[in-house]
Design a protein around this ligand. Structure first.
Ligand code: PLP
Length: 304
């Protein structure tokens, strides 16, 4: 990682190299952290942060689900994010706010510890949408089942959710795939390790409902709104494993992934194995929105 710019820690911008925590930080031992992933795009009209209020809202919702007492308001965190991006000197970047139970009292109970907040940003290449790749991701249905809200609040974007996701990702990579797709406890499709999933079949677009155990992705919501604004419908319904195998097209959405096509699931080639028409169109439409070229969604960009 290039150590560029500064990292905001509890109200102060500190040099990237000095942004350190104690080894007895509660979150390091018990995974008591929540975070966000946000993008800032280098648009023709300047750098713009994509859907910042929605990310800040989810950040605070995640914190509430873990009983975190935040010392900063939504407005202060919003300002701090803008300040951190400006201090990085980067025109486009990935932004990572994190709140975590800090150093103080060890033992399982997190609440005696202060909630520390940090915001970092770094370069993260834009996804396939911009690169215009000709083939999509090869995905493996994971043998690891997505944890669900009987165990943890899954609408919190919590570090602890990602141990489950990381197991799935590593299993997929070890087996020669690019990404994992996770089933829920009922055997229905939940999501990728860090992306939501959509299926195109006979001209219709489907995605699992949040009750299938997927994160309420902000890119998922953006793509649904873009599709609907174009006059097409997206149906939220439970998806079976065979819905994936028999799909004409599959794509995944996420802040890091943007709109990523899927060429293969297990040993089944999806469609003709190339990026499908609908996926290609949505990749373009999403990038138009992110780049500020679609006035219908210009309110999603905060120019800094
Ligand atoms: C588990 C999971 N699902 C879905 C997503 C997509 O969410 P978003 O579009 O808000 O980045 C992410 C990425 O943050 C994720 O980690």
């Amino acid at each position: 990682m290039k150590e560029v710019g500064k990292i905001w820690m509890n109200g102060k911008l500190v040099p990237f190299k000095n942004a350190k925590v104690h080894v007895l930080t509660h979150a390091l031992h018990y995974s008591t952290a929540i975070f966000e992933g946000i993008r800032c795009y280098d648009t023709p009209s300047g750098s713009a942060i994509f859907r910042l209020p929605e990310h800040v809202e989810r950040f605070f919702r995640s914190a509430k689900l873990y009983s975190m007492k935040m010392e900063f308001s939504k407005e202060q965190i919003t300002d701090a994010i803008v300040k951190t991006v400006k201090a990085s000197g980067l025109r486009e970047c990935y932004i990572r706010p994190i709140a975590y139970y800090g150093y103080g009292t060890m033992g399982l109970t997190p609440t005696p510890n202060k909630v520390d907040v940090a915001i970092a940003c770094w370069e993260w290449k834009m996804g396939e949408s911009k690169a215009g790749k000709e083939s999509g991701a090869r995905c493996k249905i994971s043998s690891w089942i997505r944890i669900d809200s009987r165990s943890q609040p899954m609408q919190a974007k919590a570090a602890s959710n990602y141990a489950n996701a990381a197991l799935a990702r590593v299993e997929a990579l070890k087996n020669g795939y690019d990404e994992a797709i996770m089933l829920n406890h009922h055997g229905k499709i939940a999501e990728g390790s860090a992306e939501n999933i959509f299926v195109v079949k006979d001209g219709q677009i489907f995605t699992p409902p949040l009750s299938s155990g997927c994160l309420a992705g902000i890119t998922r919501d953006s793509v649904i709104q873009i599709i609907r604004a174009g006059g097409q419908e997206v149906t939220e319904r439970e998806l079976e494993r065979d819905d994936l195998y028999s799909a004409d097209e599959i794509f995944m959405t996420g802040t890091a992934a943007e709109v990523k096509s899927v060429a293969q699931i297990d040993d089944v080639i999806i469609g003709n194995g190339k990026i499908g028409q609908t996926t290609r169109r949505l990749q373009k439409e999403f990038m138009d929105v992110a780049m500020g070229n679609d006035q219908r969604f210009s309110h999603w960009l905060l120019y800094i």
